[in-house]
Design a protein. Structure first.
Length: 381
């Protein structure tokens, strides 16, 4: 099957982040094993989801991992012109949820499998396909650890096929989502002087976060990124029941995106310390005052591949694109980098099309990706 036909199968599995992906992962497993390549599944504790990895070629050091995820984001509330789970071609454009992010890359990997098998590879190529990437890159750490236990040899490179228009991406920001909940005391608004408004206290915390971002931006810069500093942003806030009632509860959700040189955990520690200070102060007036912080998107590490790393030269040679760029979105590349592999993001399609109605990848991008992977096979000969 060619990449387009395989993609039509992959997008037909409406597997959202957080849901069981066994339907699509078993289809991929059967496809790979039909070509005589054994696969290994890495299930979650409930056995409702699984990642997959396999090796094509000899068990020697220096191979390359091709990484992709099998889950997609929801389509609910979006206005699609076509069925989002049926690949629809219009004038060389392939529409479907996941066509761009990132089943297109997975399809290209699978379409190139016969070429990999027929070639006398001197260095191995690995597939590493995960689940729950869209809700926090949750499965990649276990997948990486399992691969390291399974294979006695050590791969050198990891190519993560997120949509980049096949341009090498050497850096991305680390990211985490946090929910902060504040408990105050309810009462008539005329008595605000003797009550503790959870909304008022929340605004103090939010202002602290904004000021923290300004402080970091003034002292830590990486010009490869736009903006060239770490960011902190509050995206949702909920609290209060009426204008004339002091709010006894408020919650807000915020995200932090750090450049590689910044320590996301140090920022958390500073914020938690400020929260503790507020608790001590406010509890003098209202002993039940409490601030609770919950990670709703665990920290995903930044990617900090140097432009002089050999993976960059390899991918530039394969693509014929001798530029590079950085991105701010979450991806598993930082996790593979932490696993000890020179890592880079490079895949078909544009991130501008991801997560939106009428998501698409062009046939040209898909075909070009297959050519690039075929060139990779030649490099591994």
């Amino acid at each position: 099957m060619n990449a387009t036909t395989i993609l039509s199968h992959l997008v037909s599995f409406p597997v959202l982040g957080g849901e069981s992906n066994l339907s699509i992962i078993h289809w991929i497993k059967e496809y790979i094993e039909s070509h005589g390549i054994p696969t290994t599944l890495v299930p979650n504790e409930e056995n409702t989801k699984a990642s997959l990895h396999c090796r094509i070629g000899p068990a020697v050091d220096g191979g390359v991992i091709l990484s992709g995820h099998t889950d997609v984001v929801p389509v609910k509330g979006q206005k699609w012109d076509t069925d989002p789970f049926v690949l629809t071609e219009k004038e060389g454009i392939l529409y479907a949820r996941g066509s761009c992010d990132m089943k297109g890359f997975v399809a290209c990997c699978l379409a190139t499998l016969p070429t990999m098998i027929e070639t006398d590879l001197k260095k191995p190529i690995y597939f590493a396909f995960s689940y729950d990437e869209e809700i926090g890159c949750l499965a990649a750490p276990d997948l990486i650890k399992h691969m390291q236990k399974t294979y006695t040899e050590t791969p050198k490179y990891a190519i993560i096929g997120e949509p980049s228009m096949l341009e090498p991406v050497i850096g991305k920001k680390g990211v985490c989502y946090v929910k902060t909940e504040v408990n105050g005391s309810a009462g008539h608004s005329s008595g605000i002087h003797k009550e503790i408004s959870a909304i008022h206290e929340s605004t103090r915390l939010i202002l602290w976060l904004e000021n923290k971002m300004k402080t970091i931006a003034a002292t830590s810069v990486d010009d490869r990124f736009t903006p060239p500093h770490s960011t902190i942003h509050v995206g949702q806030i909920h609290g209060g029941v009426a204008t004339n009632i002091v709010a006894d509860y408020c919650s807000f959700e915020w995200d932090i995106r750090v450049i590689p040189k910044d320590d996301i955990y140090q920022i958390f520690e500073d914020y938690y310390a400020f929260c503790a200070e507020r608790e001590v102060e406010v509890q003098k007036k209202f002993p039940n005052f409490k601030i609770t912080n919950t990670l709703i998107h665990p920290p995903v590490p930044a990617l900090d591949t140097k432009e002089t790393d050999s993976i960059v030269g390899l991918v530039q040679k394969l693509t014929g694109n001798y530029t590079w760029k950085t991105v701010a979105y979450a991806a598993e590349a930082g996790q593979f980098h932490e696993g000890g592999y020179e890592s880079i993001i490079c895949g078909p399609g544009s991130i501008d099309q991801a997560h939106r109605a009428n998501e698409f990848v062009t046939q040209e991008q898909l075909d070009s990706c297959v050519v690039i992977l075929e060139k990779l096979v030649k490099e591994m000969e």
